[in-house]
Design a protein around this ligand. Sequence first.
Ligand SMILES: [Zn+2]
Length: 372
Amino acid sequence: MGPSIRVGKIFGIPIEIHFSWVFIFLLMIVILGDLFDQSQSTALGRWAWALLIAVLFFASVLAHELSHSLVAVRKGIPVDGITLFFFGGVSHLAHEARRPYVEFVITVVGPLCSILLAGIFWVLWLQFQGTNSSLELAFRLLMSINLMLGVFNMLPGFPLDGGRVLRSVIWGLSGSYWRATQIAVRAGQVIGGLIALGGGYLAVDNFHAVGISGIWIILIGAFLFSAATATYRQERAKERLKTYRVADVMNEEWWTLPGEMLMNSPLVTQGLAEHDNLLAVSLNGQVEGMITRRLMDRIPRRAWGSTLLSQAMLPLRSLPILTPADTASEAMDQMETGRLSSLAVMRNGELLGFVSRDGIIRLARRRNRNRV
Ligand SMILES: [Zn+2]
C-alpha cells in the first residue's frame, strides 16, 4: 500500500496509519470546523470540536475494522494488521476465508458494529435534542457518520462488505467460490462506476454547491472500481492454479547440506542463491529439514557464526507435506495457512523436490502471458 507508520496494537493487532490518511483527516477537520461555526462562539472551541469528532470518527472506523479482524482471528485466520487510509480502513487477513459461512460472519460484523455505534450515538443525541448545543451536533454527526458507514458498506459489490456478503451467500448456495467471486466483483465494478458517474453528474450540475463532494464521490467510485478489478485479476490467477499440479511447479534440484554446518558457511549462501532461496538439511545422511532465505533473515547475522543448520532448520516432520498430484492452488493454500514460503514434495517417504510461493507466482504470471 505504500508508506505507513505503526501507531500501536489493540488486542495484539498492529494498527497502522497510511500517509494518505493525513489528507482525509485534515479535510474532515476543515469540513467539521465549518459545521460548528454556529454553535461555537470562539474559533478555538470550533476547531477543538472538529478535532474531537474527527478523532472519534476514525475511532469508529477502527472499531469497524477491529470487529472484522477479531472475528477472523477467532475463526483461525491470522491478521497482519489494520491500516487507516484515504478511503477508510482495511484489515489485512493472512488469507481469504475457506468456507462461505466464515466469510459471511467475518464480514457482516463490520457493518453491524457501525450500526450499533450509530444506535449508541442516537441514544446520546436524544438526551440533548433541541438544546442546540455543540454536544447535540457532535452526537448527531457521529450517529449519521456511523450509520452511513454501515449502510454504504453493505452495498452489494466487491470490495465493500456487502459484496463479500453477496459472495458468501452465492458461494454457500452454489458451492462455487469462483462463480460467486465473479458475480460479486462484476457487481462491484457496476456500483463503483455508477458512484463515479453520479459524483461527476453532481459536480457538473452544480459545482458551487457540491464541487468538492462531487470530486470526492468520483474518487470513491474510481477506487471501488479499480479495487474490484484488481480482485478479479488476482482471483482469476488463483483459479488458473487449480489446473496445475505440484509436479508442474516443483523445483527438482536443490542442495543438501549437513546439519552440523554453521549458518555463515559460504556454501549456505551459494546453495540458497542457486536454487530458489531454499536448501535441504540432512542429519545422519537423511534429509530432515529445510532452510529458506526468509528463515535466515529472521536470525540475527551475528548469530550465524554460532548456529548450526540443524538448529535453524524447519523440520520437515513438523510441516505439511505435498504430493506431486496435489494442485498448485492447494499448495498455495497450505503455504498461506502455515505462513510458509516453501514446502517439501514427497512420495512414499521419498523427497522429490520443493515448491515455493515465489515459484508458483512466477509460473502463474508466465502462463498468463502465454495464454493472452
Ligand atoms: Zn468492513
